[in-house]
Design a protein around this ligand. Structure first.
Ligand SMILES: N=CN[C@@H](CCC(=O)O)C(=O)O
Ligand SMILES: [Mn+2]
Ligand SMILES: [Mn+2]
Length: 315
């Protein structure tokens, strides 16, 4: 670029405050050597969604929204500016072969985890189908895994009606013997969003359900403390799966399956912040954000904020 004062590449921010670092600046492309800390992996797949979804565009939108935050937490008086978030990029889906795409997701995430044993992966969906691949890879590398799933839905649908979709990831994991039912805890399950057959399937398989009434009665923090305590006595690591439709529609307009009566964003934020203090929590995904449905990037921005909260208490 020719050296003319005030003439900058279009991609550069138009204003730089010398006292502020933007959270987007923490993203550092993986250089191939073993990384530590939080590592982002994009899993841009939403052709597997039952409802119309553009969630494949979420990894890009969420990364962009990191630039709307600074690195400073006023609550903790802590600046994250010297930390890095390793960006592993996005996994390339096959255009038409969804099973091939899901296999690729397993293989790539497995290889990233094997070559970076100390990273805490944050996988950005994509619709919720990606969690079946991601948790399968996670278990291959880390051993028995317990799951804390934030979701309005069980995602335990039968596989005969539509094959592996965003409604089936936890059914696939149970039927594939990747996890036991007792290693899955579902938080935020809500009315008129599920079928009795699937709630019964959850109960018969020992899955612990905290409905929205439980969240309102006990508080997310107490539920998470109980969940971490239960899981850590049974498994070697905990994976958190955040389906953003666990939130009330007022907080997550960019999810395909929005509805009323869900969690508020503050409870989810505090919950993720608490989970970031738990050494047994070794991975997370954020799914079901569709930037094409979103309003003023509210849902992508909240997803980016959750990543920062997840980073906040890491050494
Ligand atoms: N992960 C989302 N699962 C929901 C929504 C499915 C959809 O409509 O796309 C479910 O199975 O009901
Ligand atoms: Mn859901
Ligand atoms: Mn889901």
């Amino acid at each position: 670029m020719p050296d003319i004062r005030y003439l900058l590449p279009a991609s550069e921010p138009k204003f730089k405050d010398s006292g502020i670092t933007k959270a987007g600046e923490l993203l550092k492309a993986w250089n191939g050597s073993p990384a530590t800390g939080i590592g982002l992996i994009g899993a841009p797949l939403s052709k597997t969604s039952i409802s119309h979804s553009g969630a494949a565009m979420a990894p890009e939108a969420i990364r962009k929204m990191l630039h709307s935050f600074t690195t400073y937490s006023v609550e903790k008086d802590k600046d994250l500016k010297s930390m890095a978030i390793t960006d592993f990029g996005d996994i390339t889906p096959h255009v038409t072969d969804l099973k091939e795409t899901q296999n690729r997701f397993v293989k790539v995430i497995q290889e990233v985890l094997e070559r970076n044993p100390d990273i805490i992966p944050v996988i950005l969906g994509g619709d919720h189908s990606i969690s079946a691949s991601s948790i399968r890879a996670f278990k291959k590398v880390k051993g028995p895994v317990g799951i804390i799933q934030f979701d309005a839905h069980h995602d335990l649908r039968n596989l005969e009606d539509g094959g592996p979709s965003n409604g089936t990831p936890f059914r696939q994991l149970i039927e594939g013997n990747d996890i036991k039912g007792e290693h899955l805890i579902q938080i935020g399950i809500r009315d008129f969003s599920n079928g009795r057959m699937y709630t019964n399937y959850a109960k018969e398989n020992g899955i612990k359900i905290y409905s929205m009434n439980d969240v309102n009665r006990l508080g997310a923090r107490r539920i998470l403390e109980e969940s971490v305590r239960t899981l850590k006595s049974k498994v070697s690591s905990i994976y958190v799966s955040v389906d953003m439709d666990v939130l009330d529609q007022a907080f997550a307009p960019g999810c395909p399956a929005i509805g009323p009566g869900g969690m508020n964003s503050e409870d989810l934020i505090q919950g993720v912040q608490y989970l970031s203090t738990c050494p047994d929590v070794k991975g997370m995904d954020i799914v079901e954000v569709d930037p094409t449905l979103d309003f003023r990037d509210m849902t992508s921005r909240l997803a980016a904020y959750l990543i920062l909260q997840f980073l906040l208490n890491r050494p």
